[in-house]
Design a protein around this ligand. Structure first.
Ligand SMILES: *[C@@H]1O[C@H](CO)[C@@H](O)[C@H](O)[C@H]1NC(C)=O
Length: 340
């Protein structure tokens, strides 16, 4: 019995993998209009799909913003072919982070610490058809598991249908600024007691010689250097995958295996979010509270400050750990690093 299940599961995985791999090489949605008809009469109700709108923009109605996004897509594709080798097949659970909006035909891969709470709020508003303001949705509600369907919940055929016809997007951020933000949010601030207990105590126990009893019990005072040592310790990933707040964006979203139509950036969140919402046919929807330029600068300064106390040896190893995110999403090594 157990064996048969395991076998069936293996078969399903293989089929999905094959189908997904095929998708990556097959040109997608050359005729989006035909594709969307295949989805049934209720989808879109005569409106254009986001993918069709993007296709139209690329065909002629080029805007400067559309051109930026086309270049980013090309850059990602080039980086993928340059830096990735043959990869293992995707399993359904690899698609856990890809959220689905069937109303508009959107796939959003969420990367924590890159405005993902606000994107979840927006998707809830979009898929619920709610006219309300996404800002009114409490953060904990936006994060409730199951509020938004994940691509991993569907059958392989349904997954492939959505991958073929929906507009897929993700938002990324400078990898070290994201890491600094995760550290600040989960370890440095007093209110992340759950994270401090779960990960902080583990870090203190493993990496701090002569830790005091309070630190061992609460894990409340983890230093950035200790956090980095934990990330670089080979035992960490041997025990379990990285927590999603510091897992590399490429490992969460598989940008070299799934085709992303829009690569949004935290640094230009307001424009990029407006671009996606325009494609979704909801240009009136305002993205909640994108960071002001001053906040983007402050995040950079904070990362620079944290890295100042890290030895060049550790900086180099950490850069290697996050290198694919730098390369795939066209971030250059930050000037505050001492890599040589
Ligand atoms: C990649 O980054 C470089 C340097 O920041 C920039 O000049 C270039 O326009 C970027 N390319 C794309 C496709 O975004």
């Amino acid at each position: 019995m157990g064996k048969r299940c395991a076998r069936r599961r293996w078969l399903a995985t293989t089929c999905l993998g094959t189908a997904l791999l095929l998708l990556c090489v097959a040109p997608r949605a050359l005729y989006p209009a035909l594709e969307s008809r295949a989805l049934g009469p209720n989808w879109l109700r005569g409106r254009k799909s986001p993918l069709q709108r993007l296709h139209d923009l690329d065909q002629g109605l080029r805007s400067p913003l559309a051109e930026v996004h086309r270049q980013r897509r090309d850059q990602l594709r080039r980086a993928c072919s340059r830096h990735t080798r043959r990869q293992r097949l995707l399993r359904p659970e690899d698609l856990r982070h890809v959220l689905v909006d069937d109303t508009h035909g959107l796939l959003y891969c969420y990367v924590p610490k890159v405005a993902c709470t606000n994107w979840k709020r927006v998707l809830l508003t979009l898929s619920g058809g709610a006219r309300g303001d996404p800002r009114g949705i409490p953060a904990h509600e936006a994060h409730l598991p199951g509020r938004l369907p994940s691509l991993a919940d569907f059958s392989p055929a349904e997954i492939n249908r959505r991958l073929r016809t929906y507009l897929a997007f993700l938002f990324v951020r400078d990898p070290f600024e994201r890491l600094a933000s995760a550290y600040r949010n989960k370890f440095a601030r007093p209110y992340s007691a759950a994270f401090q207990r779960r990960y902080g105590t583990r870090i203190v126990r493993r990496l701090r010689p002569q830790a005091g009893p309070e630190a061992l019990a609460r894990g409340h005072d983890v230093r950035f250097a200790e956090f980095l040592a934990y990330l670089l310790d080979p035992r960490t990933r041997r025990q379990e995958p990285f927590n999603e707040h510091w897992e590399r964006a490429h490992a969460l979203c598989h940008p070299c295996r799934l085709r992303y139509d829009v690569v949004g950036k935290f640094e230009t969140l307001a424009e990029d979010a407006a671009f996606v919402l325009g494609l979704a046919g909801e240009p009136g929807l305002r993205f909640p509270a994108p960071p002001r330029p001053k906040a983007v600068m402050a995040a950079r300064d904070y990362a620079a400050l944290l890295f100042r106390d890290i030895s060049p040896f550790y900086q180099r190893r950490l850069f290697d750990l996050y290198k694919m995110d730098f390369l795939l999403f066209n971030y250059s090594a930050p000037p505050y690093l001492r890599l040589h």
